[in-house]
Design a protein around this ligand. Structure first.
Ligand code: GLN
Length: 192
């Protein structure tokens, strides 16, 4: 089984760990930078990206994470997607800068404007439930970014080499196809 970490300093990491187990991975909670060395892939969950940054700026965590995401499979959801992005707007903030997208934070309004939708995506097996919670919007994506799902013409699920990102929360749905895809990505990168 691939050993996949879930960044567990903030946000809904427990639901991600459970989803990864259901998708056939061994899930490990990562709370310290040194723990990154023991995992083959990483999920950066949703939560509040500014709070993540505040925690990461301690103990050299940001540097260790920066190095990990350069080459190792990483899946960022919602706040995690914001952290992976090359550019963040509304307002501009620091990020890991590896995913070639520009994201606008809280682009759909306030918490009350959070929504659950079902739509057709590039994943096989029919429509997918998409849970959005104060979601960011990917307003630009570079050439190397593959779009797997969209909402109103904006990407909501993307892939770029060893990276995956979603502006919604796949861990909050029962469907495991998105986590499965990431587990497969980790497998393909570690057995190659
Ligand atoms: N609004 C959060 C942010 O800007 C993201 C919300 C989420 O992760 N559900 O960081």
């Amino acid at each position: 089984k691939p050993r996949i970490g879930v960044l567990a300093i903030q946000g809904d990491f427990a639901a991600h760990a459970e989803a990864l187990r259901e998708a056939g991975a061994e899930a490990v909670l990562v709370r310290k930078p040194a723990e990154l060395a023991g995992v083959e892939g990483l999920v950066i969950p949703g939560g509040e990206s500014t709070t993540f940054l505040r925690f990461l700026e301690r103990d050299g965590f940001l540097g260790a994470l920066q190095e990990f995401v350069q080459t190792r499979p990483t899946f960022g959801t919602c706040a995690g997607c914001i952290l992976l992005a090359k550019e963040v707007r509304n307002p501009a903030q620091r990020s890991l800068g590896v995913l070639d997208v520009t994201v606008e934070r809280n682009a759909y309004g306030r918490q009350i404007d959070s929504i659950i939708e079902t739509s057709q995506t590039a994943l096989e097996g029919g429509p997918l439930e998409l849970v959005y919670i104060r979601a960011p919007r990917i307003v630009r994506s570079g050439e190397g970014v593959k779009v797997l799902a969209e909402r109103d013409g904006f990407p909501v699920l993307v892939e770029q080499d060893h990276l995956m990102a979603a502006t919604f929360h796949p861990e909050l749905s029962l469907d495991r196809r998105v986590h499965q895809r990431f587990v497969d990505l980790v497998r393909s990168r570690t057995t190659a």
